[in-house]
Design a protein around this ligand. Structure first.
Ligand SMILES: C[S@@+](CC[C@H](N)C(=O)[O-])C[C@H]1O[C@@H](n2cnc3c(N)ncnc32)[C@H](O)[C@@H]1O
Length: 169
């Protein structure tokens, strides 16, 4: 599932050999599929693109609803800590406020939650919560982290990453 038709078209093209159903949908707002249908839900680097607290809660509530009891949620997410100076050098057009990375707003598009900094408009593109607070978000949603792999940021890889397998309680 992906909100972007382009992403779904690419996934379909890359997986013709397999019997996979795809859906264009917004994981934050839609009640997709049957409750307790899936043994496994995978988040392939989507959650770090969901920057609002309520939307993140909605994503994890959807995951919890879709999983069978004792089903597994695998999350792959960028997270904090981050090497802020290295990030600023690598991506000078971006701004970081608290744990949110903002990108310059393209003139042709509108976004909510934009910020104006030095007269230029930016939109929130990535939420990089501390890895321990991401684990707490999962627990609050009834998803108990079971296997955790955390890779700390380095100057050459300025954001940390978290891979977690969590079990639906
Ligand atoms: C970094 S890409 C990863 C794509 C793919 N999962 C992978 O692993 O290659 C993040 C994807 O999340 C999708 N996405 C962002 N917000 C979403 C939402 N609210 N609902 C569903 N998909 C969303 C984006 O369209 C984008 O394709």
């Amino acid at each position: 599932m992906d909100i972007s038709q382009t992403a779904i078209r690419m996934a379909v093209a890359q997986s013709k050999k397999f019997n996979i159903e795809y859906q264009v949908a917004d994981i934050c707002t839609q009640t997709i599929g049957q409750p307790e249908k899936f043994d496994l839900c995978l988040d392939g680097r989507c959650l770090h693109g969901i920057t609002r607290r309520n939307d993140r809660r909605a994503v994890l509530a959807n995951v919890h609803r879709l999983l069978k009891p004792k089903g597994v949620f695998v999350l792959m997410s960028m997270c904090a800590p981050m090497e802020r100076a290295a990030l600023a050098r690598q991506y000078p057009a971006q701004k970081i406020l608290k744990n949110v990375i903002y990108y310059p707003r393209p003139q042709t598009e509108t976004y909510s939650d934009t910020k104006t900094i030095n007269g230029k408009e930016y939109f929130p593109a990535r939420f990089l919560g501390h890895w321990e607070s991401l684990l707490s978000e999962l627990k609050r949603a009834g998803l108990q982290p079971s296997l955790i792999r955390f890779s700390r940021c380095l100057p050459e890889e300025p954001v940390s990453s978290l891979n977690v397998a969590a079990i639906k309680l």
